[in-house]
Design a protein around this ligand. Structure first.
Ligand code: GLN
Length: 239
């Protein structure tokens, strides 16, 4: 049977606050549908061909690790951009989200060049935007997660949705993340996918459609939905 190939970029450097859980959620929800999953850990990118990848995943990292990872990803910048433009589903978290833009400016004014795959930028401050977050999303319903970032990201693309509790992209917009074709960028750790099965299934469905693999709904998401409800009730009752 055909498998879904997930490319996990720099797992040794970009894995803050349990981001590896996103790979586990994708694998589990694929396997529950009888779909096999192969995960490729990409530590070096020279000569890497993205044509075999069905889902791209980049986790979050500290400024230091982000700088090392960006250098590595620069080597496949054009292929990465082409894959995104072609509609390959991708999830990028926090540091991984930030460096898809034009630049990341550290709190002391040092400018890290981004991959410039999309037209946005991030400026970081020393006070961090930290805590649990609830988002209302037209595409995914209610999204919950945890954020911890100094970076403030600014853009006019579609987002994951409107922030009901927490911060999101920056101090002012009340929007979270980015949604461009099948690319989702977000500040949500925690990790995001086990807490939000709708987003996991969005990525899997897009991958299956591109590969002509049957994608059927799962009958029972009660545990996932109850867990999410507990978080939402707790956070919104504090407001
Ligand atoms: N270094 C970035 C920031 O603080 C990303 C942190 C992260 O990935 N959590 O904004």
């Amino acid at each position: 049977m055909t498998a879904i190939n997930i490319y996990h970029f720099m797992p040794d450097k970009l894995n803050l606050y349990g981001d590896i859980g996103n790979i586990i959620a994708l694998s589990k929800r694929a396997k529950w549908r009888g779909i096999d999953v192969d995960v490729t850990d990409v530590k070096e990118t020279a000569g890497l061909k993205l044509s075999d990848a069905d889902i791209l995943f980049i986790g979050g990292g500290s400024d230091r690790e982000q700088a090392i990872a960006t250098k590595e990803l620069f080597k496949i910048k054009d292929e990465f951009k082409a894959a995104i433009e072609d509609g390959v589903p991708a999830l990028t978290i926090c540091g991984g989200y930030q460096f898809l833009g034009e630049k990341y400016v550290t709190p002391d004014g040092h400018e890290l060049k981004g991959l410039n795959i999309l037209d946005f930028y991030t400026e970081s401050k020393t006070d961090r935007l930290t805590g649990n977050i609830v988002i209302e999303s037209e595409t995914f319903g209610q999204i919950v997660g945890f954020e911890n970032h100094g970076g403030r990201t600014y853009h006019d693309y579609d987002t994951l949705g409107h922030v009901v509790s927490g911060f999101g992209n920056n101090d002012t917009d009340k929007k979270e993340g980015i949604h461009y074709k099948n690319l989702l960028g977000t500040y949500l750790h925690g990790p995001i996918l086990p807490k939000n099965h709708e987003i996991t299934d969005y990525l899997l469905k897009a991958a299956c459609e591109r590969k002509n693999i049957e994608f059927r709904p799962l009958n029972d998401n009660t545990i996932e939905e109850n867990a999410k409800k507990v978080i939402i009730d707790r956070l919104l009752s504090d407001k």
